[in-house]
Structure formats: C-alpha cells, structure tokens
Design a protein around this ligand. Structure first.
Ligand SMILES: Cc1cc2nc3c(=O)[nH]c(=O)nc-3n(C[C@H](O)[C@H](O)[C@H](O)COP(=O)(O)OP(=O)(O)OC[C@H]3O[C@@H](n4cnc5c(N)ncnc54)[C@H](O)[C@@H]3O)c2cc1C
Length: 397
C-alpha cells in the first residue's frame, strides 16, 4: 500500500513514520526547502506526550527539551517581576509528563524517527508544493507522487490547501479568536542572550504580550501576541515588521531591541481554530491543524497533531483495500472529533483572558498566578492551564 502525505510538520511526519512501520510506502511532500530553523517554544504534554511514549520517542524528545525553571511576568514600565509560574510545579501537577520544546527541535526528532521505519519506505520531498489555488495544476513531481496513492493525508497545517481542494475556501472553516501571534529568533545579541538565559520572561500588559527567552545555540527568541480587529486582520498592505513595531514599539526596552532586529518575514498569523463538518473525502483525509486546529490558547496543537496522527495511522495501517480505508477514516473521525472539540472549547474560554482586555482583568490574572504558589490552588490552576490530562489513553491505541 502507498500513501502520499502533504506537509512535513508534526502530523505529517508522525503519520509517515507510523504508516511506514505498518509496512506502507510513503512519500511526504513539503513545500519548504528543508526543515525550518525558526519557531517558538511549545509545551508538550497530554495526549501527544502519551502518544510519543507509545511511539518510543520520549528519550529523543527529552534530549531536545529545554529546562525552563519559571515563566516570569514583568511590569513593562519598571521591568519588575509581578508574578511567575513555577514550571517545575506545573510539571509535577502533570506527573512530570511535560516537556518544553522548540518547534524545529520537535520536527527534527520526528524526522530522525523516520529512520526507525524500514529503509527506503519513507521519502521526504522538500520543495514539493501541493497546488495552493483551488483548481490549479500540481507541479509535475507532486502530481506523479499523488497518482495511484491509496491514501492522501492532508497534514499541511492551519491554512491547508488540501482542505481547500476538498471542501473549499478557508473562510468557511477558520474561526479567528481575535488575536494574532508572532514569533522569530535573532542572532548576534549576546547581551540579551546572557540576560535571558534560563528565563522565559513575558510582559504583564493589557491587550498585548511580549515574551523573550534565550536558546541554547546562542540565539534569542521573541514571542508576541496582540489583539487586532475581531477577525485578527491587520491593515491591508502593512508588512509584519512594521505592524509589530506599531503594536509593540516602546512597550519594553528589551523588546525594542528585538524589534530592531525583526527579520523581514517573521511568523505572524491570526490565532484561530479550524471547525470542519467532515475530515475526509474519497481517499483523502486531513490530520493535524488542517482539520483540528485548537490554537495556541489551548496550548496543545502539536501534541494533538501527533496523537491524532497516531490514531489515524493505527486504523489505516492494517487496511488493504479502499473500503477498509474508508471505514478507518470514519472511525478516526468518530473517536477523535470529541477530543478535539473539548480542547477547542477550552481554547475559546481562554481567548477572553489570555490577553487581559483591561486593568481589572490584568490584576485578576496577577492574583490568580500569585495564589497558585499555594499547593491546592496551584494544582487547580496548573491543571486548568493544561486543560486536564484526564483524557490519557482516549486514543485507545
Ligand atoms: C506561537 C505558537 C505557539 C504554540 N504553542 C504550542 C504549544 O505550547 N504546545 C502545542 O502543542 N502546540 C502549540 N502550538 C501549535 C502547534 O504549533 C501546531 O498546532 C502544530 O504545529 C500543528 O502541526 P501540523 O503538523 O498540523 O501543522 P504544521 O506544523 O503547521 O505543519 C504543516 C506543514 O505543511 C507544510 N505545507 C503547508 N502548505 C503546504 C502545501 N501546499 N504543500 C506542501 N506542504 C505544505 C508546511 O510548510 C508545514 O511544514 C503553537 C502555535 C503557535 C503559532
């Protein structure tokens, strides 16, 4: 059996590995020219952590993980600490089942894990783009790889072209949560690196939040979240560096230094969820953010992308004909959709409080975080941030 997987992100690489281990031939088509070096820090826990353990990936993930002692909130005017989240406490509220991973590092671990499959069973084709315009022709190589595939897995992220080819324009399925998020990494700022080494610092501010942390390779990372209009759309024609300077300029001196070095094309996108009535059509099925984006507010998109891919491929893996594959896709959706819907509801609830809209909400958050140093409150707050881990094992694989 042969599969074509579109997208070499979390869901795509996890799907490719698992199908190849089940004896399939897999071609992965990725539009980027290679693995990306840029990204953002992610909390990795919950169902994806459980899936990674079953897949035997935990030792490699632990090697790639960062040790974050605490997340500090600072008053942007005075630079003084206002509250903090003790990450060790967070981890122990999750029974130690939490890793802090840079997105590119997680991607590299998954890429490396393709080596666990029989030699030559997975081929990753970089620079291979699934046609983005509906009805447009695929590049020749992509068309050849899609032809005759028993299954096509659309794992091409929140702005999925595979989804558009099956179900139409994303405006029907993308639910913006009223925020945008930006992230980038800069080189050559040793003084900032030294100051934020081992620290993850966020501004305690209304309607926008800027974060800064150092990476082990000497680079410094910026994380910026902000409100735009309800659709999360910036003014037409404004490029991302200009927009980020407009929103964050003058907020906090270290962030000004990061803004001065903002690259021309940082990650900057609407924070949104994907709600889709169906996840498959014919021999094509969607995985990861393409069908189930929960948003960074739910904090588990990558985790769910891996866990969902593990479930999907465990069902498709044993199939030997189209009818069995169709039944596997129906079963995947039946079992996985309720899990995703619960996380999406948690993400929507967080949308109102993630960026405090006024001083009152800002103070409420500060008090909640300070209260969370008390053992009982701590467990409740940490578990609610984590969205609960009671679903452990829900994938049933
Ligand atoms: C700022 C931020 C913070 C986050 N924090 C967390 C966190 O703490 N914990 C967590 O679990 N998740 C977090 N997430 C969410 C997480 O990053 C995503 O949910 C996850 O990456 C989704 O994986 P995916 O494989 O579905 O899609 P992606 O990782 O987006 O991968 C999709 C791939 O498809 C490729 N592609 C796209 N279009 C095409 C095309 N036409 N042809 C070929 N290839 C294509 C892309 O280049 C990409 O490589 C965060 C997200 C953001 C933005």
């Amino acid at each position: 059996m042969r599969a074509a997987v579109i997208g070499a992100g979390m869901a795509g690489l996890a799907s490719a590995r698992q199908l190849a281990l089940a004896g399939w031939e897999v071609d992965v088509l990725e539009r980027a020219d290679g693995p990306r070096a840029d990204g953002y820090m992610m909390d990795f826990f919950g169902l994806g952590f459980d899936a990674a353990e079953r897949m035997g990936l935990l030792p490699r993930l632990r090697d790639a993980a960062y040790r974050i002692g605490a997340v500090e909130y600072v008053d942007a005017k005075r630079g003084k600490r206002t509250a903090s989240i003790d990450y060790d406490q967070f981890a122990s509220a999750l029974d130690g089942r939490l890793l802090s991973l840079m997105r590119p590092d997680l991607e590299l671990v998954l890429l490396d894990a393709l080596g666990d499959a029989p030699e030559g069973s997975v081929r990753v084709h970089y620079g291979a783009r699934f046609a983005e315009e509906d009805g447009a022709e695929h590049p020749e190589e992509v068309a050849r790889l899609l032809e005759g595939a028993d299954v096509v897995i659309g794992a091409d992220g929140i702005h999925s072209s595979v989804r558009a080819s099956l179900f139409g324009d994303e405006s029907q399925y993308l639910r913006p949560l009223g925020l945008r998020a930006a992230a980038y990494v800069i080189d050559g700022a040793p003084e900032l690196h030294a100051e934020y080494d081992g620290r993850f610092v966020l501004t305690d501010t209304i309607d926008r939040q800027a974060g800064i942390y150092s990476l082990r390779d000497g680079r410094v990372a910026a994380f910026l979240a902000y409100r735009e209009d309800a659709a999360g759309q910036p003014p037409a024609g404004e490029d991302a560096p200009t927009r980020l300077r407009r929103v964050f300029g003058g907020l906090w001196e270290p962030i000004d230094r990061l803004l001065d070095r903002c690259p021309p094309h940082p990650y900057d996108d609407v924070v949104a969820q994907v709600v889709l009535p169906r996840w498959h059509r014919g021999s094509t099925v969607l995985a990861g953010d393409a069908c189930q984006a929960v948003s960074l507010l739910a904090g588990q998109g990558a985790s769910l992308a891996i866990a969902g891919a593990e479930l999907l491929t465990s069902l498709i893996g044993p199939c030997t004909d189209a009818a069995a594959i169709e039944s596997a896709m129906v079963e995947y959706e039946r079992r996985w959709r309720p899990v995703v819907e619960e996380k999406q509801a948690a993400g929507r609830r967080a949308a109102g409080t993630f960026l405090p809209p006024d001083r009152w909400h800002l103070l409420m958050r500060r008090w909640a975080l300070r209260g969370s140093s008390l053992p009982v409150v701590k467990t409740i707050v940490m578990r609610s941030i984590a969205g609960g881990t009671g679903l452990k094992g829900t994938t049933g694989v």
